[in-house]
Design a protein around this ligand. Sequence first.
Ligand SMILES: NC(=O)c1ccc[n+]([C@@H]2O[C@H](COP(=O)([O-])OP(=O)(O)OC[C@H]3O[C@@H](n4cnc5c(N)ncnc54)[C@H](O)[C@@H]3O)[C@@H](O)[C@H]2O)c1
Ligand SMILES: [Fe+2]
Length: 403
Amino acid sequence: MFKKTPISYALRLVSTFMPIPKPVLFSGPGSTTKLAEFMIDSSYRRPLLVADSFLVQNGMLDGLLAYLKDQGCEVTVFDGIIPNPTFAVVEAGLKLSRDNNCDSVLVIGGGSAIDAAKVIAATHAAKKPPQKLAGNLKVKEAPLPFFVVPTTSGSGSEVTVAAVISDSETHQKQFVVSPKLIPIATALDPELLKTLPPAMTAAVGMDALTHAIEAYTSTNTFTDTDRDAATAVALLMRYLPTATHHGDDLAAREKVALASFLAGTAFTKAGLGYVHGISHQISAHYNTPHGVANAVILPRVLRFNLPKVTDRLAALERRIDPAATGSNAELAQRFVKRVDDLSDTLEIPAKLEDLQASDFAKITRDALAEARRSYAVPRVMKPADVTKILTSVAEGQRDIVFA
Ligand SMILES: NC(=O)c1ccc[n+]([C@@H]2O[C@H](COP(=O)([O-])OP(=O)(O)OC[C@H]3O[C@@H](n4cnc5c(N)ncnc54)[C@H](O)[C@@H]3O)[C@@H](O)[C@H]2O)c1
Ligand SMILES: [Fe+2]
């Protein structure tokens, strides 16, 4: 039985009574144009187009820009996105949207572009600077209507209540959290995902898998979050290797994009756990890509949680392999092994070379504080548990045993 922490009671209350909308969903090759058509049908004709510069430089948005112009839209392009965007990035986009009197935001890019676009949209009509929106439910005015095409499949930002913006001075990530940050519509267009390199596809895909597993094993689950999270896990196990190693397989790309979307819907309500609590600190210290840090931490946290989530992991194993036989303990072990095998197939390292033992005390403290503040975890860690995980990551020892 789970031991409920104060934060798990608080999250339960919020997720039960706060309505969380879902974006209108378009999917498949050409769905970017369908989304643009929907935006125009909704009478928005002066969008700020926030785009990853990679897409603009490679002419991948030329067709869309020509279409929007043809439809009488006046488009302002902002492509000053950097990975882990800062408030300075948001302010640059905000100036463009205000100077050009934009009536909407259309974003095409990875989690970094989407998060920056969310905060630009949320600040456009606000009387406060974007920094003041950091925290829970600080977005008061209605954001500019925003429309999203993700070009990575992992962050889930295309459907979540959150935007992550880095403070340029402290280098800490700030979380802007509000149901107002959920886009009006999202298009999962595999054509725009073909160029995502294999290592990036694998890392962001493991971020999506982590979202799904942490949502499924939280103490704040609901029927819909269980359904979406389990489907995301099954889709990722089946299609992520193909999407990684055969990036132009549009069918596999679309399935992985759908999995990322579903994992996003699940975790935006059920929450995350220690994998994110620890990986956020690792990324802050060593600039490790979010997906890579999660992928490396995930097998360790699964082993820590195992005694409390045996039945849940067994259920995921049965979902992937309906013919599976054995006790729940055996099936849960098989699921953990499946995650190890997927990491190997995707060539995710078992070790993070940058980790310094001298940083462990601070990483441990901050990870436990983040989890205490934000996550409904199935088993509570002590400092020694986090340190054990960090040591195993530094040494490349994945198969650790917890008392
Ligand atoms: N809002 C949320 O709910 C949420 C959840 C998880 C993570 N995040 C945040 O999302 C960010 C990470 O997002 P991400 O993992 O999507 O990566 P990203 O957006 O930072 O992109 C990573 C790199 O991939 C490139 N890229 C993007 N799409 C491409 C494509 N189709 N082809 C080739 N290159 C492409 C980008 O130019 C960039 O260099 C982090 O800031 C993280 O904190 C947000
Ligand atoms: Fe994540």
